[in-house]
Ligand binder design. Structure first.
Ligand code: PMP
Ligand code: GLN
Length: 381
């Protein structure tokens, strides 16, 4: 077998969605809504497809989208970005992550990774020759501690990767935790690649605070966003990276050799969407929170023990607290085959010492899907 396969295994999303298709299961695994995103954003793409150029757009992205990203963050998060020197459009957050890691990690550099971590981080860091330094979070609080950060950071640290809100735990880091991470990054002169794709999917009146706004972080943060996540259009793959000019210069060099550009019509439509008023985002979050509560209430009534969800499309089951004596991978295998529900074992997000008692479910679904999922899960106990 090609030794690279061990570093780049088949993703858990591909595995579980494949099993869901094969078995006809309800897919509560991979995170995507089963309804369409906002009609006006889709119509803006349609218009752009017909009325605007379909040739290569500028390498760093359409001006209108880069301006919209800068305006959006000024309005929603109080960050001042110069769209010309600090915003680069990518083909999804996934490409932004790859570009940032390729630009900033060279062989032998240490990279602090907080696990559970989104599945793309580790393979990309390893392929760049980086040396992972793992920080382990544990349920039910999933909190970042000074001790764990002190053990992971060293003078060889060049990059730390943060995901906030955090997929798969559905938690948000407290300001004190972000300040702690910022302090370590400054002390060790490291850059934080901050994956904030879930920044707009936060519940119960919570506000997302970008680490870029913390002391000492403005010049050492790569802030990554995703139009697909903001507008519930996960197939669109329009993302961006925001960083100080010198970092942006390095990021753009990597971006040139990955995709170079991103479909212009989708960029134009995301630019249109980013101009939506606060009411849109408030209503979207309220809608997702309602789905979260529907799934949580149904599963709790069926005897499942749930962990709270502060943001993202996800909610987790605590297997041990639910009286299920098997590990998450065995449980998910059984659940998809016997009960007809695909879910994601959280151990897949660990490089070592996995937590094996938590299973992630996606609630970003229409009521009929959620209700059918609850009914099937009730029979799986
Ligand atoms: N980072 C995280 C934490 C994610 O959850 C996802 C996908 N949901 C991505 C990156 C990828 O985003 P995109 O689809 O824009 O590539
Ligand atoms: N981000 C999505 C999730 O966490 C999946 C994206 C993918 O399939 N790579 O479920």
């Amino acid at each position: 077998m090609n030794p690279l396969y061990a570093q780049m295994p088949t993703t858990i999303f591909e595995k579980m969605s494949g099993l869901a298709r094969e078995t006809g299961a309800i897919n509560l695994g991979q995170g995507f809504p089963d309804s369409n995103g906002p009609a006006d954003v889709i119509e803006a793409a349609q218009r752009a497809l017909v009325e605007q150029s379909n040739q290569y757009p500028p390498m760093a992205g359409l001006h209108v989208l880069r301006q919209a990203v800068a305006d959006h963050y000024r309005r929603h998060q109080g960050i001042d970005l110069d769209w010309q020197s600090e915003v680069t459009v990518t083909s999804g957050a996934t490409e932004a992550l790859a570009a940032a890691i390729l630009a900033l990690v060279t062989p032998g550099n240490e990279v602090v990774l907080i696990q559970p971590m989104y599945d793309a981080y580790l393979p990309l860091v390893l392929r760049a020759g980086g040396v992972p330094k793992l920080v382990r979070l544990e349920p039910p609080e999933w909190r970042l501690t000074e001790e764990a950060l002190a053990a992971a950071f060293s003078d060889r640290t060049t990059v730390a990767i943060l995901n906030n809100p955090l997929n798969p735990t559905a938690t948000m880091f407290a300001d004190t935790e972000l300040a702690l991470l910022a302090r370590f990054a400054v002390k060790h002169d490291a850059v934080v690649i901050s994956d904030e794709v879930w920044e707009h999917v936060v519940f119960d009146g919570r506000a997302h605070n970008p680490i870029m706004a913390f002391p000492g972080m403005r010049e050492r943060t790569v802030k990554i966003g995703s139009g697909g996540k903001i507008f519930s259009l996960t197939g669109w793959k329009v993302g961006w990276m925001c960083a100080a000019p010198e970092l942006t210069h390095a990021l753009a060099r990597a971006h040139q050799y990955l995709t170079f550009t991103t479909p212009p019509n989708l960029q134009a439509a995301v630019a249109h969407g980013l101009g939506k008023d606060d009411a849109y985002f408030t209503a979207m979050c309220a809608d997702f929170a309602r789905s979260r509560d529907r799934l949580a209430a149904g599963l709790e009534a069926a005897g499942w023990a749930m962990l709270p969800s502060a943001g993202t499309y996800f909610l987790s089951i605590d297997l041990a607290a639910s009286g299920i004596p098997i590990d998450d991978v065995s449980f998910c295998g059984r659940l998809v085959r016997e009960a007809g529900v695909a879910a994601i074992p959280v151990s897949a997000f660990y490089a070592e010492a996995p937590v094996t008692s938590v299973v992630r479910l996606c609630f970003a679904k229409i009521d009929a899907t959620i209700d059918a999922g609850i009914e099937r899960m009730a029979r799986a106990r």
